[in-house]
Design a protein. Structure first.
Length: 166
């Protein structure tokens, strides 16, 4: 089974020629211009992108072999994905959100705090919701708090500053 990475959700059709309107699940909207193809969740098919354009934060795609509104409508509410080899290389100390989800979080003293269950993108910095059996807490993704991230071991070390876990 291939490991797909979701990059958008088809939320509607556009016009009668088979265009689909997608809500992007990526930080960089123009990322779609670099993609030659995507995979559709509905039928696990590799679809060539023949046209892409943007309006009001949405991505409009023309995918090969989706040539009319009825066919396009059948893809509504499904995800489009890429494979790992289509990912961009990130700068140092940057991570894909899917790499962080489910990561174990420990204090610098070695105490287990919980797993990252959700990531909120607030604009200034991301915030990680960390849950364990007893409670959940919000951890800001800032250098004073996040001391190390090991994607391979799915482990994050944080500096527990006063009031952080309360």
């Amino acid at each position: 089974m291939k490991d797909y990475i979701k990059v958008g959700k088809i939320v509607n059709t556009h016009g009668v020629r088979g265009y689909v309107k997608c809500m992007p699940i990526t930080d960089d909207l123009e990322r779609f211009e670099e993609l030659k193809y995507v995979y559709t969740e509905k039928d696990d098919t590799k679809r060539i992108i023949s046209d892409v354009w943007y309006r009001k934060g949405m991505v409009y795609l023309k995918l090969k072999n989706i040539d009319d509104m009825e066919t396009a409508k059948s893809f509504k509410d499904t995800y489009i994905s890429i494979l790992e080899d289509q990912l961009r290389e990130l700068p140092e100390d940057s991570y894909y959100l899917f790499d962080l989800e489910g990561m174990d979080v420990y204090s610098t003293d070695g105490d287990y705090i919980g797993k990252i269950s959700e990531i909120f993108q607030t604009g200034a910095n991301d915030v990680y919701e960390v849950k364990n059996a007893d409670k959940s807490c919000l951890i800001p993704a800032i250098k004073d708090v996040v001391k190390s991230v090991n994607v391979q071991d799915k482990k994050m070390i944080i500096n527990v500053i006063e009031g952080l876990l309360e």
